[in-house]
Design a protein around this ligand. Structure first.
Ligand code: NDP
Length: 276
């Protein structure tokens, strides 16, 4: 029997998830079908209920339904509870729906495994305080950085997030211009790059050895990574690897075996290059 999976979002046309999961399924010859569904803004719970009652095995959830998906679920992984927003749902054998947030593990795997970036003992700056940042905080803090600073345009949101996660490590919140000293790793989790804007960070946050990571991806360098390179940074990474790794983590939760990601990341990069 074919197992059914889907990604729900609004908009959804841009989603690469069907292509990524089809590639994972092909590797192990898994008999599964993964579709994309455009869901009306007020309609997530109905759509998810319908999907699971018709035998759906698992869902991915993207903007703007990650909080709705959290409320829909009946069981949670520890990191999902912390994030209060989830990108993965799985129907369990007893019919309950388990929620997970795989974004953070995806980011950490891309940094530490694909790019060999050490996070333990390092000074990390995380830009933004929205859903993506909330989702990555626990997995990042589990890497035991020396310090993690959250900087955001709305300072109160950075401070509130830092307080929520203070029991997991040395974490603080501030505004972009209040950032002090240089960092080993800077991760842009704002959506500023989407509109071609830059968080107004002091250049003193960078050294040539700083690793700059933009969760956003697209064709060519993001505005943030371009700024980093213009200021002497040699290692800049975009969020394509995170996208594939979070999908691999969801696939592993659903299917019980982990797919290879390297070829899938390379194929997507290649496709992007040829479509530029
Ligand atoms: P949210 O809308 O929840 O949060 C947006 C954040 O960006 C807020 O902190 C907001 O600040 C900040 N922001 C928006 N515009 C600007 C600006 N012009 N200058 C400075 N800060 C700004 O979005 P998400 O957290 O869901 O997503 C953030 C980014 O992460 C997106 O680009 C998304 O594509 C990417 N992402 C990538 C993933 C991947 O797999 N690669 C997975 C998930 C997300 P304020 O609080 O002041 O409004």
């Amino acid at each position: 029997m074919t197992d059914l999976y889907s990604v729900m979002g609004n908009p959804i046309g841009h989603s690469k998830s069907p292509q990524i999961h089809a590639a994972f399924a092909a590797q192990a010859r898994d008999n599964m079908l993964y579709t994309a569904q455009l869901v009306p803004l007020e309609g997530f719970a109905d759509a998810a209920e319908r999907f699971f009652s018709h035998g759906g095995a698992g869902l991915n959830i993207t903007v703007p339904f990650k909080e709705d998906a959290y409320r829909f679920a009946g069981e949670y992984t520890e990191r999902a509870k912390r994030a209060q927003a989830v990108n993965t749902l799985k129907r369990m054998a007893d019919g309950t729906v388990l929620a997970d947030n795989t974004d953070g593990v995806g980011l950490v795997r891309d940094l530490t495994v694909n790019h060999q970036v050490e996070l333990a003992g390092k000074r990390i700056l995380l830009l933004g305080a929205g859903g993506a940042v909330r989702g990555v905080l626990q997995p990042l803090l589990e890497q035991q950085p020396a310090e993690l600073v959250i900087a955001n345009r709305t300072v109160s949101k950075a401070a509130a997030l830092a307080e929520d996660f203070a029991d997991l490590g040395n974490v603080s919140g501030c505004g972009f211009t209040e950032v002090e000293g240089a960092f080993d790793v800077i991760i842009n989790g704002t959506s500023a790059s989407l509109s071609g804007e830059l968080p107004p960070l002091p250049v003193s946050a960078l050294t040539p050895a700083t690793v700059c990571y933009d969760m956003m991806y697209g064709s060519g360098l993001t505005v943030f990574n371009q700024w980093a390179q213009d200021n002497g940074v040699t290692t800049t990474i975009d969020g394509l690897g995170m996208l594939v790794e979070q999908a691999a983590e969801a696939f592993t939760l659903w299917r019980g075996h982990r797919p290879q990601t390297h070829n899938v990341i390379a194929a997507l990069r290649n496709e992007r290059r040829t479509h530029r």
